[in-house]
Design a protein around this ligand. Sequence first.
Ligand code: CP
Length: 336
Amino acid sequence: MRHLLDWLDIDDATWQACIDEALAFERDRSRDADRFLGRALGLVFFNDSLRTRVSMELAARELGANPVTVTPGSGTWGFAWDEGVAMTGGEAEHIKEAVGVLSRYCHGLGVRLFAGGTDRALDVSDARLKTFAAASTVPVLNLESAARHPCQALADASVLYRYFDGETVGRKFVLTWAWHPKALPMAVPNSTLLMASRLGMDVTVARPEGFELDDSVMEAARRQAAAHGATVTETTDMDAAMDGAQIVYAKAWGGNERYTDPEAEVARRNSHKDWCVTAERMAKTDIASFMHCLPVRRGVVVEDAVLDEGPSLHLDQAEFRLHAQKAILSMLWGAL
Ligand code: CP
């Protein structure tokens, strides 16, 4: 049985096969409409979603499977997570039984489970996601966890593969931090960096001091880039990063102080409100296309003109969630 919690667990040949399969579904959305007839897919959303929920339900249905969406906190029991806990509080059901039961009904489970934001070690290690997967007897698909967003990563990789006609190696990819009123989680920037480096792109991570990505993610990205003859560099100068960029991927994320000193994090973050992707900044690139996973705050993360006048791939990225997740279901259910 195979899960998809993190693409780092999956070999290069399978990763590439998933990109090829996503592109095949983009060319013919209605192909293999009965591939998974009679299967059930449980989708557990501990957090809000537009794209992931809709595209995942459609991906399952368009391949003949039945999706069932559960939103804990609105109509289910509250779940306890800790091992060996005496459940004297408000939670009526342990995650072990909840997932165990869903595994009896469904042939696969997707779960969205964001960072708790109070325990860095718990979040960086994706401990809750691993607890969920350990309780399952069917394949588990990460629909965005504390540390990874593999569905977004495959969709974005497929968009880039198509955009560059398969020639992604050596292209300059800028992943830039952007200001946001909230300290957002790390899943998307982590997965974006790992995705672009796996495509052999020369990645520049632009972010202010105090907003470094986790060392383990940076090291994994450098290893992947090196394996393709590419590089991963960092800068605190957003404008300098734009020089020669062919892709500019913006994302807001929380600073390193958010777990230990949240007030200092807010103060530091708010001193960088000028970190917005503007048309003026995009003009410094090599006619780069803009990317964002969405939802995006207009006038905060990016200027309207960048989205509206382009070039921008943000809606392609959203569309490819559908195609990519069909490919992922095919991998998890042994049809790839
Ligand atoms: N990009 C993404 O995962 O969108 P949702 O949060 O709307 O699912």
